[in-house]
Unconditional design. Structure first.
Ligand code: ZN
Ligand code: ZN
Length: 347
């Protein structure tokens, strides 16, 4: 237990390409407009693994990195006039947008070119405590911090993708890839419109069992999934891909109705392969859109849904790791043992 007043040292995970360690470091000063936060739980995801493997850093960021961008925390200190007082349990929107550029001013803060990311540009939540701008905090009342920590990335990203999908009322949606984000896409689309129909295209047996257990029809295996989805549920209004599999966009096109929309959400530096012709896209008026990250208003929306019980989060956390053993969390992520969903670190 870290008593912040008598012991100002905080444990903090540091990552450089190929190495991860847990250091003891000094506390950060808290600037005006920022809150000091005691970390309650911090999710670990593929981004942290990319950092460990050595990724090209965005402008303004450099190794070593103090990771952790999926954070639930308790406010320790804030300005006297802050909206959220000390003692409040919060989650952090992981982006600090500049607030001045065109995307920021038009509600697309997640497209801000000079925004800073928690756990990349700024020290993150794989730590006993951290500081973050008070206007980027969202209160989560008495939500379990282990589950609340998933809202800023896996859940808000899924919510943003469902918005990008623009499914008509009672529409049909196929989701390719039902891991941490895809599972939430399924649950959020059902919570927002119980009359919608969502089909999941899954890979492993364990994922198939988990998703079937949530009551969603499944197609297992991507090869031939286009035809299998149509036979199971007819043509889709929208397909959302979070698998990033090379064949996913082409199979998705086979699932879509004319005028349907394909939402691409996985992040990978591969060329997109589409097994169709220019004419095939044009005459069917297929829409292909990207969906990236989330905004503060997306995060507020999923927090509301979770707090009201409209969006269940059970079953999403498969591994809980102590902060001292945080390197193990990255190992688990690397090995992807069967049944892994999300890995959460708890100080
Ligand atoms: Zn993440
Ligand atoms: Zn901006």
């Amino acid at each position: 237990m870290n008593d912040a007043k008598s012991d100002p040292r905080v444990r903090r995970v540091a990552i450089s390409p190929g190495s991860v360690s847990v250091l003891e470091t000094a506390r950060h000063d808290r600037p005006a407009g920022w809150s000091r936060l005691q970390v309650l739980a911090c999710g670990v995801c593929g981004t942290d693994l990319h950092l460990l493997h050595g990724m090209k850093m965005p402008a303004g960021a450099a190794y070593p990195v103090y990771p952790g961008h999926e954070v639930a925390a308790r406010i320790l200190e804030a300005d006297p006039d802050a909206d959220l007082p000390p003692g409040t349990t919060v989650i952090l929107h992981p982006l600090l947008p500049c607030g001045a550029c065109d995307p920021c001013k038009t509600g697309r803060e997640h497209q801000c070119a000079s925004g800073e990311m928690l756990g990349i540009h700024r020290p993150g939540g794989l730590s006993d405590e951290l500081i973050w701008r008070s206007d980027r905090l969202v209160a989560v009342d008495d939500l379990d911090p282990l589950l609340a920590a998933l809202l800023p990335d896996a859940v808000a990203t899924a919510y943003h993708a469902v918005k990008r999908a623009a499914l008509p009322p009672g529409g049909k949606l196929a989701v390719i890839g039902a891991g941490g984000v895809g599972t939430n896409v399924l649950r959020i689309s059902r919570a927002l419109d119980p009359s919608s129909q969502a089909v999941a295209v899954v890979h492993s047996d364990s994922t198939a069992r988990r998703i079937a257990g949530l009551g969603f029809p499944i197609v297992q295996g991507l090869a031939g999934a286009g035809r299998a989805v149509r036979e199971l549920a007819g043509s889709m209004d929208t397909v959302i891909d979070f698998s990033g599999a090379a064949a996913a966009p082409s199979e998705a096109l086979r699932m879509l109705r004319r005028g349907g929309r394909l939402v691409l959400g996985a992040i990978l530096d591969e060329k997109v392969a589409l097994a169709t012709t220019y004419t095939g896209l044009v005459t069917r008026e297929i829409e292909i859109v990207g969906s990236y990250a989330s905004t503060l208003s997306d995060l507020r929306a999923v927090a509301e849904m979770a707090m009201s019980g409209k969006l269940p989060l059970d079953g999403l956390v498969s591994h809980v790791i102590d902060l001292d053993n945080a390197p193990d969390a990255l190992d688990i992520l690397e090995q992807r043992p069967p049944g892994m969903v999300r890995v959460v670190v708890k100080p």
